[in-house]
Ligand binder design. Structure first.
Ligand code: KG4
Ligand code: ZN
Length: 333
């Protein structure tokens, strides 16, 4: 019956969760609104806010779970990838907590944890399955052979899907993070109003930089002709951009699933909260006879529950790490 405290601090969310015997009992997420004014995450500010948030987040997670700190058996934490200063806060806290209580530490890869969030739910994918992991920093098609045996079969060569969402929203004058706003506006727009190009990249890799440039030129040219173009067509622009990003992702995912003969297909990462992407994946799954796994909203964007479930499966394997562990801005699988 291991009780695991999990810490996530890789970017701009400070999160703590408690998991007992594989069940998530709490998942506290402290968002950082300070970055809105800057149009993106400011790393130095992020690490300072993590310092303020980490102790209250952990206290709240223990309180919500009704678990005493004396009953925690291990501490799982995000080692990477992410912003070094942000990671450092979570890693230092986890090390101090484990040292004080003389309990083991478990390192977790943030991108693997996004995928393993599927093992929180009752309905779990069967190995091997394919996961499209789409976040603010990564876009990956991953062949998941076992909990910690994962192979990246395709990834972005430049921007991530979340970055494409956020940069588009910036062009449209929307605040950061723009992904959720694009989603909201798109619900009232026509996804076929405007056609943006689909990049022709070989294999299962992606590229979003060309799309970003074409959106930029499209807006520039239309605003030159009509200064109110964005305001008048905001919903249609958001719906069309969202659909193009979703179809770029899903067309590759479909080919990968076909090539590997996989019928269990999952979505993970912050962009998996996107309504259009979720709906289109479900449709594609129905058409292709796939079993589709889409995370609950609370497990799409960064959260410590996914670190806890990954930590739990490492605990079962007895995979612990020493006190000399340091964060990794880049962390391969
Ligand atoms: O996984 P995540 O929380 O953080 C990283 O590890 O990067 O992903 C954050 C990304 C941001 O780019 C954000 O705009 C995007 O996920 N995002 C969305 C939605 N919610 C979050 N993009 C589109 N639609 C959404 N509903
Ligand atoms: Zn993430």
């Amino acid at each position: 019956m291991p009780a695991i405290l999990a810490i996530e601090s890789s970017c701009d969310e400070t999160s703590a969760a408690v998991c007992v015997d594989g069940a998530i009992l709490s998942n506290v997420i402290a968002n950082q609104t300070i970055h809105e004014a800057y149009g993106g995450v400011v790393p130095e500010l992020a690490s300072r806010v993590h310092q303020q948030n980490i102790v209250p987040a952990v206290q709240q997670a223990l309180f919500n779970a009704k678990v005493s700190k004396n009953d925690i058996d291990a501490v799982a934490f995000t080692r990477g990838p992410g912003l070094l200063g942000s990671l450092l806060v979570g890693v230092s806290f986890a090390k101090a907590f484990a040292l004080a209580r003389q309990i083991p530490l478990i390192e977790v890869n943030h991108m693997q944890a996004h995928i393993l969030a599927h093992f929180i739910a009752e309905k779990k994918p069967a190995f091997p399955f394919i996961c499209l992991t789409v976040s603010g920093g990564h876009t990956q098609i991953v062949l998941v052979k076992d909990y910690f045996d994962m192979e990246i079969v395709g990834q972005t060569l430049d921007d991530a899907a979340g970055e494409a969402m956020d940069k588009t929203s910036k062009i449209l004058g929307l605040p950061y993070p723009g992904g959720p706003l694009i989603d909201k506006n798109a619900r009232n727009g026509n996804p076929d109003a405007y056609q943006f190009p689909e990049p022709q990249i070989p294999g299962f890799d992606f590229s979003f930089s060309g799309l970003k440039t074409s959106i930029l030129y499209f807006i520039r040219d239309n605003v030159a002709a009509n200064p109110n173009f964005i305001q008048e067509h905001m919903n249609d622009i958001c719906a069309s951009v969202e659909k193009r990003i979703a179809t770029i992702l899903l067309n590759k995912l479909k080919r990968a699933a076909q090539q590997y003969g996989i019928k269990h297909v999952a979505l993970a990462g912050g962009v998996s909260a996107n309504t259009g992407l979720r709906n289109l994946l479900q449709q594609m799954g129905d058409q292709n006879g796939w079993e589709v796994f889409i995370p609950k909203f609370e497990y799409c964007t960064d959260n410590a529950a996914m670190i806890a479930i990954a930590g739990y499966h490492k605990y079962l394997k007895g995979e612990f790490i020493g006190q000399d562990v340091a964060p990794l801005a880049r962390m391969p699988f």
